[in-house]
Design a protein around this ligand. Sequence first.
Ligand code: DAH
Length: 343
Amino acid sequence: MKEQLERIKKEFVGALEEVKDALMLEELEQRFFSRKSGELTQAMKGLKDVSVEMKKELGQFANVVKQELSGMLDNKKEELENKSFEDLAKNEAIDVTQSPLPKKKKGAIHPMSIIHRELEELFRSMGFMVLDGPELESDYFNFEALNIPKDHPARDGHDTFFIKDHSDWVMRTQTSPVQVRGMLKYGAPLRAVVPGRVFRNEATDGSHDHTFFQMEGLIVDKGLSISHLIGVMKGLLEGILKKDVTIRLRPGFFPFVEPGFELDMVCLICNGKGCKACGNTGWVEIIPCGLVHPEVIKAGGLDPEEYTGFAFGLGSMRLVMQRYGIEDIRHFMKGDLRFLDQF
Ligand code: DAH
């Protein structure tokens, strides 16, 4: 039996030398170690037939041989694995025909948010607070406190969404209610801007939508005049559009300012020639503004003898259109990715 084991070992070593790859190694393993027919396994089975005296010695010998052989097998396995990694690395090359991975889709910031963030930063740097107000507003703050009592014709200019069964609630038609809310909360002197969404029950076209954005501005202090107002407005437009702009002031009527103005700017999309975005006039109404009406100062809990103020209601959506050359206001709310992806 001893000789048999010696012979198996010899054969194993010889065969192992011939092994060149993992497949051959597996065959070798089967040949010697397979549970059923492996040569070593078979030989070891013969142990049960030897005499009791010989069993111990032969058993030990067989185990040593088995350990030796399986050790050699493991070493060979490791050697082959290392070799195959080396081969891989040697053959590795860059496949120039492989197409690039598809670009990951990144979200983008809506153009309205871009401009509001910039405006907020600009105003913050001038010491303004950024205020917020409710979109579902009371009739009082949206109209009454702004010097627009019930039955005032100025209400006709605001096609209002009313709320069923709540006659004193409206979807705010303007950000101006936050003028009064701001004064009541913070008193004077006050500098605040209010970016926000407003709603009107309007037929839509290239320059009108039922939902749009404004940025209200309010300064209340002692001794403010129209020249302060004009200076701030022009600085604001040029700061945000980053070019010289031509503006004009026309008288405008808004019950909460006195005097009131329409501040227009030469349309930057058509350079004043007339296009869809400016209703073919060459001018864009961009900032209605004026000196705060004494009644509104009073509604804000302040004394109009002591305080004056000016206010403006920037059509921030129109400003975005001017900056990016967007010709139709309805693009903003459609959620069309072909539009939104461009920002
Ligand atoms: N809230 C007005 C509107 O939506 C715009 C406006 C006009 C705001 C004059 C002002 C202002 O602050 O002074 O039509």
